[in-house]
Design a protein around this ligand. Structure first.
Ligand code: SOE
Length: 366
């Protein structure tokens, strides 16, 4: 069986997923056969160039024509485009893979999760960082009880692309289109990773801040308002009383894409940094401090598909791994995680952080 894949979006995420789809037959021979069938966008000329470059057979400027024609629909557009086409695809019985955050608003995410519950096909939220081999290894250590009882978690995601007040306005600065700023764009990753590794957040206190209120529109004299946060921080309690702190910003000068996770338990601890994604720092019982484990052995998660030990992987491989799992679930008619339910769970946390910031008090999650 060949799975026909339709992809909405051809910029950053469109390229990351198209690259993954192209790598699958080369490196994951047991992955389902796929066809990069149709690329969806609005600007016909740009779309046509992108389709040639990314290896798609056809283009369409109307997602309505595509959602029930393909076996899997990838929604890689800006956040405000996530709900409607994804719900339409699920209602047509087409599997959906949607970028994070699941939606700009909690209501949007709830409708998407409801459509996913009613559908008989996988609905995945593309939290690609779960598929870093070192993160999968960290999860194995935690599940095997190597850290003992977990007490503390810390997650921070630091970028600096908005430090310059003249950096141009984009949809990522707009509440209608993005929902939130650093919170949804970066915080969604941290929330998902920590909930994946440690368990659900049960209550939290959040803080948001916008540092620059308007930005220039590229190629014009106009400026537009920034209506989302530039940074957030939160204190959170996880299931079992685990204490957590989370933060993200687009103003951390010198930090390009710096996502770090730290977890300490009664028997051991671990640290992960996306900037050194082939490594996991671990301190296990009996250790006097941390040791750095290179997670590139053949028996490490996904590594048998790639290069000999020590021949490191990069950011793009996380997309190959998630596409492999998602498309395998589509072919088998099975479950895929992270699902829309996981996307909704992260969205509830994002909404609670906003709510807490507005109310100036701790907020409980149900
Ligand atoms: C931009 O801030 C961005 O590309 C995010 O949208 C991605 O989700 C993250 O992985 C890297 O940074």
């Amino acid at each position: 069986m060949t799975l026909e894949v339709g992809v909405l979006g051809y910029r950053f995420m469109g390229k990351a997923h198209a690259n993954a789809l192209a790598r699958l037959p080369m490196f994951f021979p047991d992955a389902p056969d796929i066809e990069r069938s149709v690329l969806v966008g609005r600007d016909e000329a740009a779309l046509s160039d992108a389709a040639d470059q990314l290896g798609f057979e056809e283009i369409s400027t109307d997602w309505r024509e595509v959602v029930d024609e393909v076996d899997a629909f990838y929604n890689l557009g800006p956040n405000h485009v996530h709900p409607e086409p994804s719900i339409a695809a699920l209602e047509a019985g087409t599997a959906v893979f949607c970028e994070k955050p699941l939606a700009p608003t909690l209501e949007g995410a709830e409708s998407m999760a409801e459509a996913a519950r009613d559908a008989d096909v996988p609905a995945g939220c593309a939290f690609n960082y779960r598929f870093v081999p070192a993160i999968q290894y960290a999860n194995e250590l935690i599940e095997a009880g190597e850290l003992g009882e977990i007490r503390h978690v810390r997650g921070r995601y630091l970028q600096d692309w908005l430090v310059d007040p003249d950096a141009p306005w984009s949809w990522r600065n707009d509440e209608e289109m993005a929902g939130s700023g650093a919170l949804g764009d970066l915080g969604a990753h941290t929330v998902d990773l920590l909930q994946f590794l440690v368990g659900d957040i049960t209550r939290l206190s959040g803080h948001l801040r916008t540092f620059v209120d308007e930005r220039p529109v590229e190629g014009s004299d106009e400026t537009r308002p920034v209506t989302v946060d530039d940074a957030y921080s939160a204190q959170a309690e996880f299931e079992g009383g685990v204490m957590g702190t989370l933060e993200a910003t687009r103003y951390a000068t010198g930090h390009k894409n710096d996502h770090t996770i730290e977890i300490e338990g009664s028997a051991g601890s671990l640290r992960f940094s996306l900037e050194r994604l082939n490594e996991l720092e671990v301190c296990l019982e009996g250790n006097r401090g941390y040791e750095t484990v290179l997670v590139t052995d053949e028996d490490d998660p996904y590594l048998e598909h790639w290069w000999p030990p020590g021949h490191v992987l990069g950011w793009e491989h996380t997309f190959v791994h998630e596409n492999y799992e998602f498309l395998s679930a589509v072919e088998a008619g099975g479950e895929y995680e992270p699902s829309f339910e996981d996307g909704l769970s992260a969205q509830r946390v994002l909404a609670a952080i906003q709510d807490s910031d507005e109310r100036g008090e701790w907020v409980d999650l149900e």
